[in-house]
Design a protein around this ligand. Structure first.
Ligand code: VGL
Ligand code: ZN
Length: 220
């Protein structure tokens, strides 16, 4: 069975948010349209405690973009974002929620960041997503969301590594682009790892997805 995985479609990653991804809001309509074509939809939320070690504000004299060591990993420091329970951590207001069957939260441990929807950056803690997919017999994931060069990339790499058939929806993703070309390099790395890259229009046109779409459209 296949599922659509919506990564971090949260206010802080949209224009006006504290870690705004350029054009991040452009992917919300893509997510809404794609959801009509999937029977199973799962989402993630970046969900940090306020004392999270990825926030520059939690260090003396450090700025976003600078590096520290966290959980034995080199860690980029970010502006304070997606703090648990805040407006910035909420899913985008225009995102259709009714088909999202479960949300997985990541980055909850103050001592380690978690870009992947599956495991933290130290590969210690599972979010429960891998177990959930296995238990509910999902073997194929279609991934889109924010940001291409961080959470989308590491989620897709882990999905492929776990043996899931993994497809990334290119126009459903936008990157932070701390360095120009980061998104392109992220797509290349995903492809290298065996991830398929498609456009949402290819999915919408594919007859494999029509039964779910017809069912939904009939009810609109
Ligand atoms: C993300 C940076 C920090 C992401 C999360 O969702 O891509 N990026 N936290
Ligand atoms: Zn984060």
């Amino acid at each position: 069975m296949k599922a659509l995985l919506l990564v971090d479609l949260q206010n802080d990653f949209l224009p006006g948010g504290s870690l705004a991804v350029p054009e991040g809001d452009d992917v919300i309509p893509v997510a809404n349209l794609l959801q009509l074509h999937f029977d199973r939809v799962i989402a993630t939320q970046d969900w940090h405690p306020v004392d999270h070690g990825s926030f520059a504000a939690n260090y003396v004299d450090m700025q976003p973009g600078e590096l520290v060591e966290l959980a034995g990993q080199s860690q980029i420091l970010w502006p304070v974002h997606c703090v648990q329970g805040t407006q910035g951590a909420e899913l985008a207001p225009d995102l259709e929620r009714s088909k999202i069957e479960k949300v997985f939260f990541k980055g909850v441990d103050p001592q380690v960041d978690s870009y992947s929807a599956f495991f933290d950056n130290a590969a210690q803690r599972s979010t429960g997503l891998a177990e959930y997919l296995r238990a509910t017999r999902i073997s194929e994931v279609f991934i889109m969301g924010l940001a291409t060069d961080y959470c989308v990339k590491f989620s897709a790499l882990d999905a492929a590594q776990l043996g899931l058939r993994t497809t990334i929806i290119e126009d459903g993703c936008r990157g932070v682009e701390l360095a120009e070309g980061d998104s392109k390099r992220a797509f290349d790395a995903m492809q290298q790892a065996g991830v398929d890259v498609v456009s949402s229009s290819e999915i919408l046109a594919s007859s494999n997805f029509l039964p779910a779409a017809e069912g939904m459209l009939a009810s609109v």
